[in-house]
Design a protein around this ligand. Structure first.
Ligand code: ADP
Ligand code: ZN
Length: 728
């Protein structure tokens, strides 16, 4: 394809505006490259876009406008355009929405000279007005950030002339923004560790893949603490030696602090970071440095996959089985699968690291599509904790108590030795249900089909679905009885209360995502615990991931059956993964660990597989079941979520789609539903789901588009397509 367009030539520009088509423009003075980021006029506005190809010329040539200017960033590479097109086609997303993911660089369209640093000055305005006060406050609050005049005015809710006046009087100062400082160079040889035989073999295989410089996906499997991170860091080192960039995706931002320190120890300097907790100024810098090829390694959340790498040679997806890689709103994509897609276009290596693979990855490795590397033992003297079940049918427990005498005994033994114990319960808040003892009704959310969960530390009832919260009432909203509301069932906060009553001397820390306002607070708490600042840790799913607590030697799972009750076909897989992960927290250092599972069904196949650690048998059995049912990864699924305020209209639309399914029948696919979606009502909108099931090799997208394209979306009805839904 032509890669440079001379001044006046017709070009097609894709913008981030939701008009899903490439528009014709004339190339600007000096011409422009294919892939160049440009500013173009669109109606009365100026918008950012990317030169996508030659113009179509199907529009009155005299009306075609010129590109305003070419932005000062490296053009988007061909590979990236192909990636955006393919991921848009796969997820059935408008290309412009995909481009939005790839241009999340704050201030991308601003000329650099427009950015200034505003600070509080010593001068005073002749008269202090409310608007002026707000600007001064805003400049104090955002002091040191690099902003445009418009951004500061907008933040203060005033017009730009107010800001200009204050600059003139010296009440605030305006300085040139400093140039972006470069990232320090990472040294692949710095801090290299001596590897065990197992690790050396695995990293040699990864290094060879890096040297070959071709596409491959490797499933790096090994129990927690076996040194997987150490191994894939060798692949990162090799990418650095080859002059390529590397991306490491993590599921949990809260973990990135500990992780960055580790990378600094390994490579002598900190890599770039990309996630929602990173400031705008820093994000702008990272985006640009990645595009210029100056950021060698990026550690980030799933959205980092859309950064404009110049020479990406490696993508690591750490904890690849983690469900948070699936984005469930807006563009519904699975970052793990999109990483494989991007790498296959680029000719790069993907490393999927996990102790408990997703069934999808396990099946791909089994079929030979992914290479499999396995670390069999824990590093050093650490061994997998011993696992046993506590049969809850045999434990004497008064009502509203969840820590069995056997577990209490085990915790006491650890505490006596100055070690830490973790009690795991995957339920946030104090109690999952608040019930009125007078009328028997539960308190539900006004907007969703969900219960309100009491959070005693925050003194509020919170809906975990939509976030709605209110103070805990004293009067029942149904029968108006006073002081009859009672918590039913346990959450981590209630468990902490029970543990404190059993162990009055113990220092107890609760790790639950809602208790920390910021990622920094959470990080500080995790560090304090790692230093030994707690005897008993009570935690939700958050603790299952990657933290290293050297003194932790006992993990007690309060309700190992919790995940097994759902009707979700993935329930067994999830429970298996989660329990293995949590158990893996114990005994990571020299001290041997122990994991105990409280269960009412010790003979359940999943519980037995967890206890015996016979993973292959578990996956094989799980795979057989899915294959027989034609479910993923052995069949294909797509979810169609319909939503609207009027439940009848939503169902009518669902029924219409179910009846008019000719495009699907032509490819042998079938429609299940409509049925209430897994989350049936959110923020007052009813949600109904249709599931489309097809055989594995079928090209589903074209038929799906044709099918839903025929639906009439009147009023507030909305339709979203979720390819490869997480729950089914
Ligand atoms: P995983 O990623 O499989 O959970 P890690 O890579 O985090 O395992 O390794 C577990 C612990 O063992 C870490 O503290 C790590 O620094 C240490 N470790 C692993 N391999 C080595 C090695 N070859 N030399 C020194 N320490 C190692
Ligand atoms: Zn709600």
């Amino acid at each position: 394809m032509q890669s440079f367009f001379a001044e006046g030539e017709l070009i097609g520009v894709l913008t981030t505006q939701p008009l899903d088509r490439v528009l014709d423009y004339k190339a600007p003075e000096g011409g422009c490259h294919l892939g160049a980021f440009v500013e173009v006029p669109l109606g009365p506005r100026k918008v950012v876009g990317v030169v996508w190809g030659p113009g179509k010329g199907d529009y009155d040539r005299s009306k075609i406008r010129s590109v305003i200017r070419v932005l000062d960033v490296a053009p988007m590479r061909d590979e990236m355009r192909v990636f955006l097109e393919k991921s848009a086609a796969y997820t059935i997303t408008p290309l412009s929405a995909m481009l939005r993911l790839a241009t999340r660089a704050p201030g991308l369209g601003d000329p650099p000279s427009m950015r200034k640093v505003y600070r509080r000055g010593t001068g005073l305005p002749d008269r202090m007005t409310d608007a002026r006060r707000r600007v001064i406050d805003a400049s104090e609050e955002m002091g040191g950030l690099s902003l445009t005049l418009h951004e500061l005015a907008e933040a203060a809710g005033v017009t730009t002339s107010v800001v200009k006046g204050l600059v003139k009087s010296g009440a605030i100062t305006e300085e040139e923004s400093p140039r972006d400082s470069a990232f320090p160079l990472l040294d692949p040889e710095y801090g290299a560790k001596e590897l065990t035989e197992d690790q050396a073999a695995a990293s040699e295989s990864l290094r060879q893949g890096q040297r070959a410089g071709a596409y491959e996906t490797v499933l790096l499997k090994g129990v927690t603490g076996s040194g997987k991170t150490e191994v894939y860091l060798e692949a990162v080192a090799e990418a650095l030696r080859q002059g390529r960039q590397a991306l490491v995706l993590l599921p949990e931002i809260a973990l990135s602090g500990e992780f960055l320190l580790r990378l600094e120890a390994r490579f002598g300097a900190r890599p770039a970071e990309w996630h929602s907790g990173v400031t705008m100024t820093e994000r702008r810098r990272v985006w640009k440095m990645v595009a210029d090829g100056h950021a060698q390694v990026v550690v980030g959340a799933r959205s980092a996959l859309f950064l404009p790498f110049q020479r990406l040679g490696l993508i690591v997806v750490d904890e690849e089985h983690d469900t948070s890689y699936k984005q469930e709103e807006g563009v519904m994509y699975n970052a793990r699968d999109m990483a494989v897609l991007r790498a296959s276009i680029l000719g790069a290596q993907v490393v999927l690291a996990t102790a408990t693979p997703s069934l999808e990855s396990w099946a791909n490795a089994d079929a030979g599509k992914y290479k499999r590397l396995t670390l069999t033992s824990r590093f050093g003297v650490a061994v997998m904790p011993e696992m046993r079940a506590i049969d809850m049918r045999r434990e004497e427990l008064p009502s509203n108590r969840w820590i069995s005498p056997s577990l209490q005994h085990a915790v006491a033994a650890r505490m006596a030795r100055g070690e830490q114990a973790l009690l795991f319960m995957n339920r946030r808040g104090y109690a999952p249900v608040t019930l009125c003892r007078a009328c028997g009704q539960q308190i539900g959310c006004d907007h969703c089909d969900a219960r309100m969960v009491e959070h005693r530390f925050l003194k509020r009832l919170i809906c975990h679905q939509c976030g709605e919260s209110k103070p805990v009432p004293t009067v029942c909203p149904h029968c108006e009885a006073e002081d009859k509301l009672a918590p039913v069932g346990p959450g981590v906060e209630r468990l902490a209360e029970e543990a404190q009553a059993l162990f009055p001397e113990a220092r107890i820390a609760v790790l639950s995502s809602d208790l920390y306002g910021t990622a920094r607070e959470l990080k500080a708490q995790i560090e304090a615990i790692a230093q030994g600042g707690a005897d008993i840790i009570i935690g939700t799913q958050l603790v299952a991931k990657g933290h290293n607590f050297p003194k932790l030697t006992l993990v007690g799972v309060i309700d190992a059956d919790l995940g097994l009750q759902g009707s979700d076909l993935r329930a067994a897989e999830r429970t298996f993964q989660l329990m293995r992960q949590v158990a893996g927290r114990a005994g990571r250092a020299e001290k041997p660990g122990e994991a105990v599972l409280q269960t009412f069904q010790p003979e359940h196949p999943v519980i037995r597989a967890i206890l015996s650690g016979d993973e292959e048998a578990f996956w094989q059995a799980e795979a057989d079941e899915r294959r027989a049912a034609g479910m993923p990864p052995y069949g294909r699924l797509a979810g169609i979520i319909l939503s609207g305020e009027d439940v009848q209209k939503v169902f009518d639309l669902g029924n219409w789609l179910a009846r008019n399914d000719a495009p699907l029948r032509r490819i042998g696919a079938m429609v299940l539903g409509p049925a209430p979606a897994p989350i049936a009502r959110v923020r007052g909108r009813h949600r109904v789901r249709l599931l489309v099931k097809a055989e594995r090799g079928v090209a589903l997208q074209a038929a799906l588009s044709e099918w839903v394209g025929a639906a009439r979306l009147s009023g507030d009805l909305r339709l979203a397509i979720d390819i490869d839904p997480q729950s089914f």
